[in-house]
Write a protein that binds this ligand. Sequence first.
Ligand code: NDP
Length: 252
Amino acid sequence: MANISETTDSDLRGKVALVTGASSGIGRATALALSGAGMRVAVGARRTDRLSALADAAPGEVMSVPLDVTSYDSVAVAIAQVVERFGRLDALINNAGLMQSGMILGADVREWERMVDTNLLGSMYAVHAALPHLIETQGHIVQVSSTSGRIASLGSGVYAATKFGVSAFTESLRQEVTSQGVRVTLIEPGFVATELTSHITDETMRQAASEIADSMRTLEADDIAEAVPYALRQPEHVSVNAILIRPTDQVR
Ligand code: NDP
């Protein structure tokens, strides 16, 4: 008799997922987790050398697709390529993101534009381009937001605004598509040790981020990645709408 994990894993076997922002951190770990669960996985990002290395390391079939989420055309072409190769799309893991913390006064507004373009518009573009295929397969959309999508803090106003936006868009999306059998899951990680803070240009904020990391047992990318197959494996009548994961040591 099959044990429970064999039974549930087989639900994902052969299905197709696209993970955006798969060249590092949470996206990379999620792609490996889904590949390990038997899915055919398309991995998207701008650093294609990293994607090729990931494809080599993954246990299953992995397709590398160059994409820049700030361009609608780039996202649409990538999704068309995935569907052409695999014939279907069952899950979009909408994960690509960028954090450039800093105070509002005197900020370089081009950093704001980059965060809005990547985290908010980029995430919306991916949903728009993938949705027709996901309706066809009664698929699943996993939206990576953040605890910053619930609680804004000093120096992260714009990043938090983008993540509040992702959370709002996700709830509206869920209400629109749930009756068509498409499930939507919001993932809200707390502090995860990844490359995310390496893009902060403000020296004080960078230092603050590094002190926060040193002050606690942070999460690892795998701690978040595990939540994705959990949500995808649920029986059809179960829709896991949100998963909030903080390090035990993170207070806010
Ligand atoms: P990383 O910096 O390690 O990963 C970010 C990923 O996004 C990279 O693969 C990067 O790939 C990709 N990316 C960035 N810009 C673009 C773009 N324009 N087009 C396509 N891909 C892009 O950070 P994390 O793994 O931590 O971040 C993943 C997600 O998790 C983000 O949405 C982040 O906001 C969220 N998050 C992270 C937390 C943390 O503490 N680390 C906490 C809460 C949420 P490339 O540069 O190759 O294009």
